[in-house]
Write a protein that binds this ligand. Structure first.
Ligand code: SF4
Ligand code: MSK
Length: 655
């Protein structure tokens, strides 16, 4: 297909705003991606710039029957092989992804401690039940102690997880015993979060670890420190402070912006400021201030994972996912784009200069040249939130006439935390994963897929997510989602109970009995830890093997772009899950390394990587894997026997 014919998005709101940006002369990622072609050597992981004798480019062998002599000639100046270079780059990407999630977690722990000490006005311990459950996991005494005293002990122990030098991270104890024993045997059990990231950087420095298997073992330790460490800590403590998500109704897409109100979008990943803005946006004084400037009120919406955080807990609307961040400005109706950390394109500042939008950075770790900066500090959170909203309100009179808000938005239901899924299956006193397991065993549900990750300007926006998920549910696979992938499917209407009509007959009947959509929104990128917990609960409830790798489950990040996604994928794989990525794959510069990750890993970890850019073929790979696991569990026969008679339907409804 000629480049100019490439379909940029399946989302009508996005396409409408791309067209407007072009008329307005705004530079957006969709167009920059056409001009900036990816470097083929960098894309396959073959470019080494670890020292100033390079950069050395050691592209993949073009010839499958390469002789050892030919191979020996394909090295960098220092003699580093393609295997070493590719594995080093892969490990560094994972270290960066793990660092991002974990530094987010560190900030959450700091806020949690300040909250417990009464030094963070506006923040409280909201979920006592979860606090006590975590106290048990951390071995913190409960007795007659106050929630605050318990929280201080938890916070201090959580903080120690970052600097711990030896031993194993506490939350890895939640994993099935067999998995933990495997990690110990392979020596990949994560010791301390910061230690693993630092060691990855050290080992990938020029002239240190030069064996790809050894490098990849360290990348696994670092990824596990993310999934069972940083990300899990972030999710747990955020739930305790801001509330554990429960089903909530909301709307998504650029159509949630309002023509007659002050529109403020909060974008990034960390929920603390967003929580305060959600409260401040209801402040009658600020609403009156907005009215004094000619607006009818304040409309707060989210973007990317900060959006997922405030959606899951407050039902605040979502304006869009990753590739829509510049397009929200292009509407001409956005007074402020308030950003915290991660996945924020520098391009938003340039686009904002074509309109009236103020870009407001709020985190001392994330500045953007030309943007306004208002430092967010938990000691003064309500005042900071008020200051930000006032800056947005003051900008309302500057809104020009070039305004077009796409009339596109979709209803959705989110809020499917692990606790909610547990509760939905049996109520407060009988909560368990047993009904889900039984429906997998009897074949109504074929298996479970975690479909997560970003958008990527190299593929048609949202298309791969939506087609993949539609194919999975059609084949009776229940889909759990997070991140921008969840938003893509929500925009397509797949997060409503009515979407069960698109599911296969088995999954449909379960969704109808429980009143849930076939695609469940579990939250933000750090909340992929919820998927680990849900999968562990399935193992612990019995009937589906004794390790995560026995489950008929698979994972995918069909439009991934960030290093965090790679870290997530690696910890899924290391936890025993077959995980397929789309778009492109960063180790193709070495066939040996790629074969190790795609084939040999299964014998090592029980999970392995896969790559496929076509969504239907990707679904097939995942379903084939699910069927393989069903067969190993002896469930293939059960699935053939499913006949949905009245008695079976009644028993299922009794669930
Ligand atoms: Fe080249 Fe080796 Fe330096 Fe990498 S570390 S840039 S391969 S000389
Ligand atoms: S926001 S990491 S683009 S999912 Fe979490 Fe979306 Fe990927 Fe960022």
């Amino acid at each position: 297909m000629a480049e100019e014919e490439r379909k940029l998005s399946i989302d009508p709101a996005t396409n409408e705003m791309i067209a407007k940006a072009r008329v307005d002369g705004a530079s957006i990622a969709f167009d920059r991606a056409e001009k900036m072609k990816p470097c083929p050597i960098g894309q396959e992981g073959s470019c080494c710039r670890m020292c100033s004798m390079g950069p050395c480019r050691v592209p993949a062998a073009r010839n499958r029957d390469e002789t050892p002599e030919e191979k020996a000639r394909r090295t960098g100046v220092c003699g580093a092989t393609a295997e070493t270079i590719v594995a080093r780059n892969f490990t560094r990407m994972i270290a960066a992804g793990s660092a991002a999630h974990s530094d987010h977690a560190r900030k959450v722990v700091e806020a949690f401690l300040l909250t417990a000490e009464g030094k963070a006005p506006g923040f409280i311990i909201k979920d006592e039940q979860k606090l006590l459950a975590l106290a048990l996991d951390f071995g913190v005494e409960i007795g007659n102690r106050t929630n605050e005293a318990i929280a201080i002990d938890i916070g201090k122990l959580a903080m120690q997880e970052f600097g711990q030098q030896n031993g194993e991270l506490r939350l890895t104890r939640r994993a099935p015993l067999k998995r933990r024993e495997l990690w110990r045997k392979l020596e990949v059990a994560p010791r301390g979060i910061d230690r693993e990231v630092v060691e990855s950087m050290h080992r990938t420095h020029m002239g240190v670890d030069q064996d790809y298997r050894s490098l990849l073992a360290q990348s696994m330790r670092t990824a596990l420190a993310d999934g069972w460490g940083g990300s899990m800590i972030a999710t747990e403590l955020q739930d305790i402070m801001f509330g554990t998500p429960a089903p909530v109704f909301s709307q998504i897409n650029l159509g949630v912006l309002k023509a007659d109100e002050v529109n403020v979008i909060i974008h990034g990943h960390e929920p603390a400021l967003a929580e305060m803005l959600a409260v401040a946006a209801q402040d009658p004084e600020l609403i009156d201030y907005a009215k004094s400037k000619g607006a009818k009120g304040i409309n707060l919406a989210g973007m990317c994972c900060t959006a997922n955080e405030i959606l899951m807990r407050h039902g605040l609307p979502i304006a869009g996912n990753f590739l829509q961040q510049e397009l929200a400005i292009v509407t001409g109706a956005l007074e402020a784009l308030v950003v915290d950390v991660q996945c924020i394109m520098q391009g938003i500042q340039d686009v904002a200069e074509c309109y009236h939008t103020k870009i407001i950075t709020t985190d001392p770790r994330a500045h953007i040249t030309g943007a306004m900066h208002i430092d967010f500090d938990e000691h003064h959170a309500p005042e900071t939130a008020g200051k930000i909203l006032r800056a947005a309100i003051d900008n309302f009179p500057n809104r020009g006439k070039n305004v077009r808000i796409p009339d596109v938005k979709t209803d959705l239901i989110a809020g499917f935390s692990h606790e909610t899924i547990n509760y939905l299956q049996g109520g407060l006193f009988r909560a368990s994963y047993r009904p889900l397991n039984e429906n997998i065993i009897n074949g109504r549900i074929r298996g479970v897929a975690g479909v997560v990750g970003c958008n990527n300007a190299r593929v048609t926006h949202d298309d791969v997510h939506v087609r993949l998920v539609r194919e999975l549910i059609k084949n009776d696979v229940l889909v759990l989602q997070t991140g921008c992938s969840a938003m893509a499917c929500a925009k397509a209407g797949l997060m409503l109970p009515e979407a069960a009509a698109e599911a296969g007959p088995g999954l449909r009947s379960v969704c109808e009995a429980l009143g849930i959509p076939p695609v469940l929104h579990m939250g933000s990128c750090v909340d992929n830890a919820r998927i680990l917990i849900a999968a562990t609960a399935m193992v612990k409830d019995g009937g589906l093997g004794d390790d995560l790798s026995d489950l008929p489950v698979a994972g995918a990040a069909p439009e991934w772009m960030s290093e965090k996604a790679l870290s997530i994928g690696q910890y899924f794989v290391g936890s025993g899950v077959y995980t397929v990525f789309g778009v492109n794959w960063p180790t193709t510069g070495s066939r040996e390394v790629t074969d190790y990750l795609f084939k040999e890993y299964e014998a090592v970890y029980g999970g392995m990587w896969g790559f496929e850019s076509d969504p239907i073929r990707m679904a097939k790979l995942m379903i084939d894997h699910i069927d393989k696991k069903r067969k190993l569990l002896g469930l293939d026969k059960a699935r053939e026997r499913v006949l949905f008679d009245m008695e079976m339907r009644r028993s299922m409804e009794a669930v």
